[in-house]
Design a protein around this ligand. Structure first.
Ligand SMILES: C[S@@+](CC[C@H](N)C(=O)[O-])C[C@H]1O[C@@H](n2cnc3c(N)ncnc32)[C@H](O)[C@@H]1O
Length: 417
């Protein structure tokens, strides 16, 4: 079933969506390679239902914004998008994905596309612009390193006259990095197979193709009459520590899974090339990531969280003390997030959380259930719950140490009374 109404779903119902990105329009094409991107259908389902019953302006928050899926769905309904995100690379992609260009800017971008080849041919590489990537020759052929620098120089010259296109063009530039490297396309974490050496794609044609796709998306957005501000209002702080006083009409998010994904590692090549990443930034971002082992050192676990996760926590602790601390810190961080979102919501507003359960040291942790229970302690009413099968495994995660994939995502719907 492909549902159109959230309110008609029964508790725990498993629904299905078409394969996640096929046929997606507008700027959903921007940053489509961002790791663990959410399916757009969930925010679409929630926001279109709200738009139908409540057509006035609404403020939509995603505290774990990633590449901006929720924000784009909000903008498509002329709602305001608010967000938090600790990774500057994701903020660049998210900002690019919601942007609306004027006709004038779009024609400048088109002209940029049509004159790109001649500018590229007359631009030389510069050693000083090669990013600081450890063993860069392991990742890229020398020719592609030079060509990426040449392309970056052409982009930055163009941005001097059209600075508004900064995020958009660097998102397209980031999009081709994996293809022009030796790293496998299919794996989320970059790695080079020594058995089957990949033939990297060429830089210029890859970028031209990507730019065309992005421009098609931007043109579709430019034609829309009712569109939001074309921006994400980025909130200071992080998802576990921020302040927004009762401003938000609905929050929708997909937090990281427990200790399942090293986002920083996944995007390190792209982020280094576009200039949002360096080893210092990577270690700072990593230590802010909810679900990362590094967080557990700083967290005191409260009694109510321990009571809810207790049996799982003890079973993991028996076999792996460190991992049990990471798991506990994850739920403590989610408690802080729930508290912040609770305060940010207006009365009666909802918070929808999309999350997969995890298997940690052979213990099945019902993440969605525990988050729902913690939310109830804070004062939320747990109003609805459905799940769906993940069809597009680019968005899914390898299960830590167990092979296989997380096949189902859960959506819990909470209401602030
Ligand atoms: C599952 S992804 C979100 C994907 C997003 N819905 C999309 O479609 O791209 C989780 C995101 O949370 C971010 N994140 C992790 N810890 C955070 C924190 N403490 N505050 C804000 N963002 C955080 C990660 O960098 C990552 O981009």
């Amino acid at each position: 079933m492909n549902p159109t109404k959230l309110s008609t779903l029964s508790w725990g119902e498993e629904i299905s969506f078409p394969s996640s990105r096929k046929g997606d329009m507008y700027s959903h094409v921007v940053g489509a390679r961002y790791p663990c991107r959410s399916v757009a259908y969930v925010p679409r389902l929630i926001l279109s239902e709200l738009a139908a019953s409540n057509p006035k302006e609404m403020n939509v928050l995603d505290p774990f914004m990633g590449s901006g899926t929720t924000a784009l769905e909000a903008n498509l309904r002329a709602f305001n998008a608010y967000g938090l995100e600790v990774d500057p690379y994701a903020r660049l992609i998210g900002s690019a994905s919601v942007q609306k260009f004027s006709k004038v800017d779009l024609s400048k971008l088109e002209e940029f596309g049509s004159t790109l080849e001649s500018k590229f041919r007359s631009t030389r590489s510069l050693k000083s612009m090669i990013p600081d990537i450890l063993n860069i020759d392991h990742w890229f052929p020398e020719k592609n390193i030079d060509d990426l620098v040449r392309l970056k120089r052409v982009i930055s010259d163009f941005l001097e006259t059209t600075p508004k296109a900064n995020n958009f063009l660097y998102a397209a530039f980031a999009d081709i990095i994996r293809a022009v490297s030796y790293a496998e396309r299919q794996s989320l974490k970059p790695y080079v197979s020594t058995r089957f050496r990949k033939q990297p794609a060429e830089v210029l044609p890859s970028f031209q193709k990507c730019l065309k796709k992005y421009l098609d998306g931007a043109q579709a957005v430019a034609l829309l009459k009712d569109y939001g501000t074309g921006q994400i209002k980025w909130i200071d702080g992080d998802a576990t520590q921020f302040k927004l006083d009762a401003k938000i009409d609905v929050a929708i998010t997909s937090p990281p899974y427990i200790n399942a994904m090293d986002y920083v590692r996944c995007i390190k090549l792209e982020s280094s090339w576009v200039g949002t990443g360096s080893s210092d930034i990577f270690s700072e971002v990593r230590s802010s990531q909810v679900g990362e082992a590094a967080r557990s050192k700083k967290r005191e676990i409260s009694a109510d969280v321990l009571e809810i996760i207790g049996p799982d926590f003890l079973r993991i602790q028996e076999v792996d003390k460190e991992r049990s601390k990471t798991v506990a810190a994850y739920f403590q961080d989610m408690k802080s997030n729930l508290n912040c979102v609770y305060k940010a919501l207006k009365a009666n507003a909802q918070y929808h959380i999309i999350v997969g359960d995890s298997v940690v040291r052979d213990v099945e942790v019902a993440t969605h259930h525990h988050i729902g229970k913690i939310a109830e302690k804070i004062g939320f009413e747990w109003q609805g719950y459905f799940k769906y099968a993940i069809k597009d495994h680019r968005t899914s995660l390898p299960r830590n140490g167990r092979g296989g994939k997380i096949e189902v995502e859960h959506v819990i719907s909470l209401r602030k009374p």
